[in-house]
Design a protein around this ligand. Structure first.
Ligand SMILES: Cc1cc2nc3c(=O)[nH]c(=O)nc-3n(C[C@H](O)[C@H](O)[C@H](O)COP(=O)(O)OP(=O)(O)OC[C@H]3O[C@@H](n4cnc5c(N)ncnc54)[C@H](O)[C@@H]3O)c2cc1C
Length: 274
């Protein structure tokens, strides 16, 4: 990162950090785009290169009624501070690394830990599973298998009292709970970019691989967010696509001007800036 910043410095870029790109409008008369961010910043430009990676990340949420009422009070998708869970009755849902690792860790300080999982097989490091099973045998963790989350019970202020679970056959159990930690992984989505009207292939923006241009002339995509046949999601690929896209975007930024291909090793950076 430091080396890249040093390499970029001669070009004096303007950074707009800590904000999400939201809207895109086209001013047909001026032949420009107007990009709007979550902080209300408006940027007028002649070409856009999207490098949004996997887009907006968010936790996969269980489909439970009134879930929002309990979120950040008694339902958490991340452990920010381990001590928040001290002496609490915890229900942890999921069967991956996060669910298993946190069940093992929080069992040391919580009043009780119940792990709800739909099958008797975990997708985690074998060592972590071994620890979990041994805690279950000694009664420090209760494995609630094969159950799935069914409903939440609590008061109007979002304080949880119980988590109701059931099997696929409809067998139900009620688990006393102060807090629920659903660990179902992260959902990747393009977020606001998905509404820009670009041709998409699930979570990637379809580009012409020789130019990086999307289905909207003047809008390019590079890196993990850009999709085409046989794409390799690597840093190296992203750099190469960025050079291609910058080259192809030139005609929108400097219409009618010829672009002479040069190498910085022979021409130097100053010459490239002209
Ligand atoms: C576990 C793992 C290991 C890897 N190891 C390697 C390796 O060894 N070698 C290698 O070459 N590659 C590796 N990769 C792949 C590499 O990390 C990616 O190819 C690379 O990071 C992609 O860069 P990017 O800039 O396209 O996206 P990202 O690095 O994902 O960056 C995208 C950025 O855009 C931001 N963003 C998204 N939407 C918006 C929006 N609307 N507004 C503003 N900002 C937004 C995101 O917050 C993020 O900061 C690995 C990947 C993983 C997951």
């Amino acid at each position: 990162m430091d080396n890249l910043l040093e390499q970029i410095a001669p070009f004096q870029p303007t950074w707009h950090l800590g904000q999400q790109v939201m809207g895109l409008r086209k001013d047909e008369a001026a032949q420009t785009f107007i990009v709007e961010t979550s902080k209300g910043t408006r940027i007028t430009c002649k070409a856009i290169i999207i490098a949004a990676g996997a887009g907006a990340f968010g936790p996969k949420k269980p489909p439970l009624e009134d879930l929002e009422k309990y979120e950040d009070k008694c339902v958490f998708y991340y452990v920010k501070k381990r001590s928040d869970f001290k002496d609490k009755h915890l229900v942890i849902a999921g069967g991956g690394d996060s669910a298993v690792d946190w069940a093992v860790s929080l069992s040391e300080i919580a009043a009780s830990v119940k792990v709800v999982h739909r099958r008797n097989k975990f997708r985690c490091a074998p060592d972590s599973e071994e620890k979990l099973r041994s805690l279950a045998q000694s009664g420090k963790v209760d494995l609630v298998i094969p159950y799935q989350l069914a409903a939440l019970e609590g008061d109007d202020n979002g304080h949880l009292k119980a988590v109701h679970v059931e099997t696929l056959e409809g067998e139900q159990r009620s688990l006393i709970a102060d807090m629920l930690l659903p660990f179902y992984g992260l959902a990747t989505s393009l977020g606001p970019l998905a509404k820009w009207g670009l041709a998409l292939d699930r979570t990637t923006i379809t580009i012409n691989p020789t130019t990086g241009e999307t289905s909207m002339p003047g809008v390019f995509a590079v890196g993990d967010v850009a999709g085409y046949d046989h794409k390799l999601k690597l840093i190296l690929t992203g750099f190469s696509e960025s050079a291609q896209a910058a080259h192809a975007a030139y005609k929108y930024v400097f219409p009618g001007q010829a672009l002479h291909f040069e190498h910085s090793t022979t021409s130097g950076v100053q010459n490239l800036k002209k």
